[in-house]
Design a protein around this ligand. Structure first.
Ligand code: HEM
Length: 421
């Protein structure tokens, strides 16, 4: 197919294009998407292992994520490679480690309970926007460390406005017309990023001056206190870009995963009841398996990208420098030789067999694996636990919701519409 047609299909029906191409062309094939160069799609876990364990000097994820640079800034961990990437990643890792994560639990629970208790009974109710409100508040409190007051309101409104523009399907028009690298020329985009930058700048300045920095456990405070290996602090520009990265990478993704979890559960009342019973008995195993199965069957992101800086051999092919190798999360998760009845929603499959490192990859892998994977799974567990123990839920319409692509995420077409009681 000509590149514009592949691009058009990819932008609306990415998972369909992957599955159809897999069926017709085998486990390894090429796609050509505008502004992206050649993508060699890979769906064999052994080859994915080679890619994730490959030399980060050869497999450039930052270059593969180039499209995000104008959005997140040049210091974002997502768009860097090699030493600069490792240096930012090391600064960002400590806030996501065990003890710190426990500290975020009560904030996550309070926000979840407040939100869930405000939802109406007996009317069709779209969960995705409410999950977004919840995950946004969780990020504002745990990452930015802003609790209550007018500043919370301002930040919430500016971030919401900015994120809504990014995930608006109509953004594809200016993106294709002027190209991702010049998207700042598009006035609605520039206005929003400038507003967000001003608010984040004010938070950074305030935090640098805070007398209680040592006692604070939000991620912004940890980054202000963090030091590079040479002892220098992070610059304002670095902190700005990383905060925006955590927001963009962690907000929509988690809200969408939560929406899919409910979308699947309400169409499997037996599973929903089992989950409720186990949660009420204080058991977490089925909850964890439900989250894993949701992320398998409805991965929020369908692919990850590594651009090659030199030629490699992969799966019997010679791949030149400059092309990207692209592990297809969606295809691996639907492989019947790994997951019998791959289209069925069966959390039970993960009760005895924990997910494999290269066969369950909703968070990517290797030195680029999602920094927020534990954060997201903890957040999902808390929200689902509160939801099933506080409310009865049924689908607004018995038909399953299909995928709807927003920017790079795959969301439920009707936003996980349910009726609560
Ligand atoms: C269900 C929710 C989430 C999903 C499905 C998800 C998925 C992903 C994926 C697929 C990648 C690319 C990995 C690769 O290239 O191998 C990634 C990277 C990343 N994610 Fe997440 N993510 C989620 C939540 C979060 C959260 C909550 C945060 C932070 C608050 C976060 C922060 C990041 C960061 C910083 C990276 C870049 C890591 C690097 O390049 O070194 N993510 N995520």
């Amino acid at each position: 197919m000509p590149r514009p047609i592949q691009t058009a299909i990819w932008s609306r029906q990415a998972q369909w294009l992957l599955s159809q191409s897999r069926r017709r062309l085998g486990p390894m094939f090429t796609l050509e998407i505008a502004y992206e160069g050649k993508w060699v799609i890979v769906s064999d876990p052994e080859l994915v292992k080679e890619i994730f364990r490959g030399d980060p000097k050869v497999f450039h994820a930052g270059e593969g994520n180039e499209i995000l640079r104008p959005l997140l800034g040049p210091n974002s961990v997502l768009v860097l490679d090699e030493a600069p990437h490792m240096s930012q990643r090391k600064l960002l890792l400590p806030p996501f480690h065990g003890k710190r994560m426990e500290g975020y639990e009560s904030t996550m629970r309070e926000i979840a309970v407040r939100e869930i208790d405000s939802w109406p009974n007996g009317v069709p109710w779209q969960l995705r926007p409410r999950m977004q409100a919840m995950t946004l508040d969780i990020i504002i409190e745990t990452v930015f460390g802003v609790h209550g007051g007018a500043r919370l309101g301002d930040l919430r409104a500016a971030l919401r406005d900015f994120l809504d523009l990014l995930t608006n399907p109509r953004m594809i028009v200016p993106l294709l017309a002027i190209g991702p690298s010049r998207i700042r020329l598009y006035p609605p985009f520039r206005r929003r990023t400038d507003r967000v930058a001003a608010l984040i700048g004010a938070e950074i300045a305030e935090r640098r001056a805070a007398a209680d920095l040592e006692e604070r456990d939000d991620i912004l405070s940890l980054l202000v206190a963090a030091r590079h290996e040479d002892g220098s602090p992070m610059s304002d520009a670095e902190i700005h870009d990383e905060l925006l990265t955590l927001l963009v990478a962690g907000h929509e993704t988690t809200a969408t995963a939560l929406s899919w979890a409910v979308e699947r559960l309400v169409r499997h009342p037996d599973k929903l009841e089992r989950l409720r019973a186990e949660v009420e008995a204080g058991e977490d195993a089925y909850l964890t398996a439900t989250i894993q199965e949701t992320l398998r069957l409805r991965p929020v992101i369908s692919i990850v990208i590594r651009r090659l800086t030199e030629a490699i051999e992969l799966g019997g092919y010679h791949l030149p420098a400059g092309v990207s190798v692209v592990p297809a999360i969606h295809l691996i998760h639907r492989d019947p030789t790994i997951y019998p009845e791959p289209d069925a929603f069966r959390p039970e499959r993960f009760l005895d067999d924990p997910p494999g490192t290269y066969t369950w990859i909703p968070f990517g892998g290797g030195v680029r694996r999602c920094l927020g994977a534990s954060f997201a799974q903890q957040e999902m567990a808390i929200v689902l636990r509160e939801l099933v123990s506080r409310r009865m839920i049924r689908p607004a319409d018995p038909a399953p919701e299909r995928n709807f692509r927003r920017a790079i995420t795959e969301t439920p077409r009707h936003n996980a519409e349910v009726v609560l009681s």
